[in-house]
Design a protein around this ligand. Sequence first.
Ligand SMILES: [Zn+2]
Ligand SMILES: [Zn+2]
Length: 348
Amino acid sequence: MNFVTCPKCGIESNKFFNLVCRDCFFETFKLIELPLILHVSICSNCGAYFHKGRWENIGNLEYVLVSAVENVLQIHIEAKDVKVSLEPKEITPYVYIVRVDVDAVINEEIVHAVGETEVRIQRRACDMCSRESGGYFEAIIQIRAAGRYPTEKESRHCSALASRVIETMKKKGDRLAFISEVREKKEGLDLYIGSMNVGRQICRLIISELGGSFAESPTLLGMRDGKNIYRITFAIRLPEFSPGDVVMFRGKIIHIKSSGKRVNGVYLEDGSRFISTPEELKGAEKVAKIEDAVLTVLVSIEKKAILVLDPESYETVAIKKPVSFHADEGSEIPVLKTPYGIFSLICS
Ligand SMILES: [Zn+2]
Ligand SMILES: [Zn+2]
């Protein structure tokens, strides 16, 4: 083996790093470098972290602190098999100490280094939260219904669906996923939404759950950085009739079972299926809700008719016997009274 004299300390060695012996090398070697103090800006409202000139929602406070320190931690360029562990400790809500442990291999020797940095947290409102509180919006969703006003239940349902989309999009990192204003009007709800894309997703979900359709109309607001800036209005039309409605259409009474691009239902007279579209159903007359059905006594069963007691006047009335009608005389059966007569609900 060749022993050579270290130019720095004069001992003889066969292991040289950067032209000096092992001890001289490690005497001045620094595995990690960390600033003593690190300033971090965090949004006091949504917890976003300001990094490289922009706000990002990357995770909870601990995660932000660890990432912030990782971003400034410098590890020697020749280190191999580097293992880093960071542990934040709260001193005050505005000051944390983050301890850093690093294991690495330098010139086939295992090296360990410990350091810590004081993180000072500045809390302020991020760009999106200031937009949100400033009433910023890119889209207005107008929730209306065809030929009527939306019911309170429908409005509540639409609000809940909008919140669901906002939550999902927020989790996906869409920082414009917020509702900046809700206006309740007699003719329906207006939702002011931070982003067009989120507005469109909300409309799609509402239509898929409640039926109906929506149309988009953009308004040009002006130019910014050479690009046209639009605001978009989404006009939702909930269907005229909703499940549970009983309508008079072309001389027949129909129980609406579902309503979307197609309308499905059942003819109360004979229990046969009804399929149509909202456009076709325009002009149908709503005559009752299926919840209005009551139980009444089946007096007798004839060949083509059944006799029941009118649930209001208690007079015996004959109604057309539905196909495949099974019930015992004297038992109670559900019926629905409409301005067009009484209908048995036994096969609908
Ligand atoms: Zn030496
Ligand atoms: Zn924020």
